[in-house]
Write a protein that binds this ligand. Structure first.
Ligand code: ACO
Length: 370
């Protein structure tokens, strides 16, 4: 038995949800570029769960379900108020999502129908939780979700207690489309491993949230923003990045296990970042990002991944850095739950082996002889 570090190149499941072939990402066979241009996030979530784009009536029904499920239990709001104000937002989100199961009588109902309903519920409730976390941390009362708004619109509304502008809604919606699914990424795999034991969907999503939090995965977008804040201005980029490279430090937002010639999602976020900068007549974040991109591409041959330009996009939408990874979760919960539902269609417990490299032929040593 020989281990493959990081399971690189190991095919660990079959899936018909999303694919990455020759650097092209598709959801249910549709190119992400096509979806980024034409689809709403709700259409994409439906596509991931049910394998086809929704009809007008199906989309309307989904919107109604999202409206119904979006409010979160008052008990959960009271719990969130007890969380330390400086707690990591992903840790708080992970705790709150885990707690959601306590208030769902169907949490352990393993019928397909109940699990599909819970997938939609989780999709509806994550934005409400995240907006509540943000407001409570600032000493404000949470804002209840408003019926009839899209997920992007409602999230921004709940954050600010005012209806957002069209540009912000469109940008966030497109970002959600781009982050929705990504084959067997680390958090999706974590979710599938958990539910393959026939544990419940809340446990699966809680596991996935834990994996997404890490800076080598979804946590990278916050790390990118921290770096941009530290750099400050374009003229500081060169010395800052060169020093990191000389110290052999990783530059967050670059590189990818699967894409070696560029992440197809990054160009959309780059364009969005530029357009938002032009609109706000402040190109500082965009210009810094471009300069970093050039340096890393030239010196390391690494291309930006989905997290790199999303940092400047969210900041230009007026969203605080601590919400970047949670926003990733708002989108990816659609993919996680689609994968969880798929896992259960033909389930087998996921239990690989380890190559043992420890000591052998050891004997128990009595306490007094150690
Ligand atoms: N900055 C500098 N060097 C890097 C970076 C980086 N961002 N990424 C990879 N490298 C280097 C590695 O150090 C390694 O060099 P070596 O062969 O001299 O040791 C080489 O490139 C190959 O990289 P691996 O670490 O083997 O790549 P792996 O597939 O294991 O990891 C990962 C992929 C985690 C994305 C990595 O590129 C990374 O840490 N990037 C920064 C974090 C990040 O942006 N994560 C988000 C990924 S997208 C997502 O999850 C949503």
């Amino acid at each position: 038995m020989t281990a493959t570090k990081g399971l690189e190149g190991i095919v660990a499941a079959t899936s018909s949800i999303s694919s990455i072939v020759d650097g092209v990402l598709t959801y249910r066979g549709i190119d992400i570029d096509d979806l980024a241009e034409h689809a709403s996030f709700e259409e994409v979530a439906y596509l991931l769960w049910f394998g086809k784009l929704p009809s007008a009536a199906e989309l309307q029904k989904l919107q109604q379900d999202l409206d119904t499920y979006a409010p979160i239990p008052q008990h959960l709001i009271e719990q969130i108020k007890l969380y330390p104000k400086d707690a990591n937002t992903m840790a708080a989100l992970r705790s709150a999502v885990s707690a959601l199961a306590l208030y769902d009588e169907e949490a352990d109902d393993m019928s397909r129908e109940a699990n599909e309903k819970k997938a939609i519920k989780l999709q509806a409730q994550l934005p409400t939780i995240i907006a509540a976390l943000s407001r409570i941390r600032q000493g404000k009362e949470p804002v209840a979700p408003k019926k009839g708004l899209t997920i992007a619109e409602n999230f921004l509304y709940m954050l600010r207690d005012e209806l957002p502008d069209e540009t912000s809604i469109k940008a966030l919606d497109q970002a959600l489309v781009l982050h929705a699914d990504h084959e067997l990424n680390a958090s999706t795999f974590a979710g599938r491993v958990t539910v393959a034991t026939l544990s419940d969907i809340y446990s699966g999503v809680t596991s996935a949230l834990g994996a997404l939090k890490g800076p080598l995965h979804g946590g990278a977008n916050e790390a990118v923003m921290k770096m941009l804040e530290e750099i400050g201005t374009v003229d500081q980029v060169e010395s800052y990045i060169q020093q990191k490279l000389d110290n052999r430090e990783k530059i967050m937002g670059f590189g990818h296990r699967v894409y070696k010639n560029g992440d197809p999602r990054a160009k959309h976020l780059q364009q969005m970042s530029r357009e938002l900068g032009e609109m706000k007549e402040n190109m500082n974040l965009y210009n810094m990002s471009i300069k970093i991109d050039e340096m890393i591409t030239n010196q390391k041959g690494l291309r930006p991944n989905v997290d790199f330009y999303s940092a400047s996009v969210y900041t230009q939408l007026g969203i605080e850095r601590e919400l970047f990874t949670p926003i990733f979760a708002i989108s990816r919960v659609s993919g996680w739950t689609a994968h969880i539902l798929e896992q259960w269609v033909d389930n087998r417990i996921i239990r690989p082996r380890a190559e043992y490299v420890g000591l052998s032929d050891q004997k128990y040593i009595p306490m007094e002889l150690r």
